[in-house]
Design a protein around this ligand. Structure first.
Ligand code: ZN
Length: 285
């Protein structure tokens, strides 16, 4: 109860500082001409991902979530589920899309994996949780997945795999969308989750994830610490195969994060969080 109250107060503070996003619009109008053209080009690229609106994005994500749950069941541990969902929602509340129907859950699987779907469904496996050494590490992993949702990386991957036309066509008519959503989702699901996202989008999710974790009050080095753990694992270990196949090498990820973080986080007094067993006890009450 006390923790919930703290989270509520903290989200209020964050909501107040949200006007920083609005100021970006003003800044854009003050840019010199050539920079403005560049920025407009980038904006057009982003706008392409608006082929489907938010309700459609959520509906597509829910289809992927159903497929993921069809392959791996939820872990039967209500206290742990409540804890991971609360931590995840707290992190998501720090982002520019706080109002998505964010849902975080633990899958009963010994592999080391985390999955996100468009619209805000995020899953971590029991095997991943078992290897977290602190709450800030878990916060880093969840924040990385949240970043994939924020930046619509799954839609980007579908588009790059040749789904642009199909997407636009489906999205153009609600009737067509409703009639074909399940088939479309089933068709792209396997490729998307077996091959993974674009490598550039993985680096992007690492960078954005670090910022989200820091904003939520956690040590921003939680995510790099998890990637270091990965570095010490073998791709031959079945529990790690999918993780290695769907992400750039841990060394490259650390290298890219290092360049992005530089000295920027040195003064951050992020928290390591609380030990898991204490947290789960808290959430059993
Ligand atoms: Zn990722």
């Amino acid at each position: 109860m006390r923790a919930t109250k703290k989270i509520l107060i903290a989200s209020l503070i964050i909501a107040l500082s949200g006007s920083a996003f609005a100021q970006l619009g003003d800044l854009f109008n003050k840019l010199p001409g050539n920079v403005k053209t560049l920025a407009e080009g980038a904006k057009n690229l982003v706008d392409k991902t608006k082929e489907i609106d938010e309700p459609k994005e959520i509906a597509l994500g829910n289809e992927f979530a159903a497929s993921l749950l069809g392959a791996k069941p939820l872990l039967n541990d209500p206290a742990l589920q409540r804890y991971v969902n609360t931590l995840g929602r707290w992190l998501a509340s720090q982002t520019e899309r706080p109002d998505l129907p964010w849902t975080f859950a633990v899958l009963d699987d010994v592999g080391f994996n985390a999955f996100a779907t468009p619209g805000g469904n995020i899953f971590v496996t029991r095997g991943l949780l078992a290897r977290m050494r602190s709450e800030s590490e878990l916060a880093g992993v969840l924040a990385h997945e949240i970043a994939h949702v924020l930046r619509k990386h799954h839609l980007n991957a579908i588009r790059n795999a040749g789904g642009v036309g199909v997407f636009a066509d489906l999205a153009a008519s609600q009737l067509k969308w409703d009639a074909n959503l399940k088939t479309f989702a089933a068709n792209v699901f396997k490729d998307l989750y077996a091959k993974g996202l674009d490598k550039a989008d993985e680096y992007d999710a690492d960078r954005v994830g670090v910022v989200i974790a820091a904003r939520a009050g956690f040590d921003p080095y939680g995510l790099p610490a998890v990637i270091q753990t990965l570095q010490s694992q073998s791709a031959q270990d079945n529990n790690f195969t999918l993780q290695f196949e769907t992400h750039p090498s841990p060394a490259d990820r650390l290298d890219s994060l290092d360049k992005a973080m530089r000295n920027r986080f040195e003064s951050t007094n992020g928290s390591q969080g609380r030990p898991f067993n204490e947290r789960v006890k808290e959430f059993s009450r």
